[in-house]
Design a protein around this ligand. Structure first.
Ligand code: C2E
Ligand code: MG
Ligand code: MG
Ligand code: MG
Length: 295
């Protein structure tokens, strides 16, 4: 009896595991097709210079609309791409597409100062990455400083011998590196001396707690201090409320991004956002306003 129920349970689990494995395999194949067939897109979230109100840059964030399942979150498909060996292709695609878009905006006369692209640690295993990036920048007539690569602290746990070499080469070429989600990893601060980063991004969990948690305020201020003393630009992520914005400005944060300013936007929506936000200031400086405000 025990034997048969055991067998029954086993076959239940194995069929459930089988189902999950098949679902995953199907999603992997769909992702592979999406990457080849142009189903992946980048949205762009503005980063705002808090002192001037000007655009500091935009962060490119990958989006995938599955033909049947609809919108799939990067929190789901990025790990999937890592597990099934597609992350290098995805990284290459993201760098190429972000550079193409930045060059297109410049051609249109839109002043977008720089674009940031998120790269997974395993993208840096590839010793060809620096060459690929240099070629991509050349192809679009962009300067190295037009591109920022966002890394996470987990890159420090990466034991692949190529990682540091690739990072150093990309940096030597003049591409900026940014430490994403700063303060949430478990590496030690000493890596700030080892990694040639130009920028830190205060993780949004600190920003979310600013209003109610004295410790979060103390930490965001301390992180800004660390960044400034190392001459890094510190960007606050996930700013959602005017109060958070005011607190960050008072602490001296130079740059912020978050839903308060704009969600990650499709290229056309970012263009509209930029024109609506930047044009009125220019118009009022140059000539009398005949806009919606006076109507
Ligand atoms: P991340 O790089 O830290 O990006 C910030 C995430 O916070 C984005 O989520 C963005 O939509 C979200 N966000 C921005 N402002 C706010 C806000 O005010 N409030 C809240 N609650 N959230 C905000 P998203 O686009 O879902 O991306 C999640 C993560 O997936 C990213 O975190 C990044 O680690 C990864 N990712 C996205 N695109 C790529 C990519 O092209 N390559 C790689 N390797 N990773 C990517
Ligand atoms: Mg990021
Ligand atoms: Mg982040
Ligand atoms: Mg994140």
């Amino acid at each position: 009896q025990a034997k048969s129920s055991g067998r029954g349970r086993f076959s239940f689990f194995s069929s459930e595991m089988n189902r999950l494995a098949q679902e995953r395999l199907a999603l992997e194949n769909a992702l592979r097709k999406a990457l080849q067939g142009g189903e992946l897109r980048l949205h762009y979230q503005p980063q705002v210079d808090l002192a001037s109100g000007q655009l500091y840059g935009v962060e490119a964030l990958a989006r995938w609309t599955h033909p049947q399942l609809g919108e799939i979150s990067p929190a789901r498909f990025i790990p999937l791409a890592e597990e099934c060996g597609l992350i290098a292709d995805l990284g290459r695609w993201a760098v190429g597409e972000a550079c193409r878009q930045l060059a297109a905006w410049r051609t249109q006369g839109l002043a977008v100062p720089a674009v940031s692209v998120n790269l997974s640690p395993s993208s840096f295993h590839n010793l060809d990455l620096p060459r690929m990036i240099a070629d991509t920048l050349d192809r679009h007539a962009l300067a190295p400083k037009d591109l920022t690569l966002e890394l996470t602290e987990s890159i420090l746990l990466d034991t692949n011998p190529s990682t540091m070499k690739t990072i150093e080469e990309v940096h030597a070429h003049g591409v900026r590196l940014s430490m994403d989600d700063f303060g949430t990893g478990y590496s030690s601060l000493s890596y700030l001396r080892r990694l040639p980063v130009s920028e830190l991004k205060l993780d949004r969990s600190f920003v979310a707690d600013l209003e109610n948690d004295e410790a979060a305020r103390a930490l965001s201020s301390a992180i800004l201090g660390i960044g400034q003393s190392l001459r890094l630009t510190v960007v606050a992520e996930g700013v959602e409320t005017p109060v958070q914005n005011i607190m960050l400005r008072e602490q001296g944060y130079p740059v912020a991004q978050g839903f308060l300013f704009a969600r990650p936007l499709a290229p056309q929506d970012l263009e509209r956002w930029l024109v609506a936000r930047m044009a009125p200031a220019q118009a009022s400086a140059d000539q009398p306003v005949h806009g919606e405000e006076s109507a």
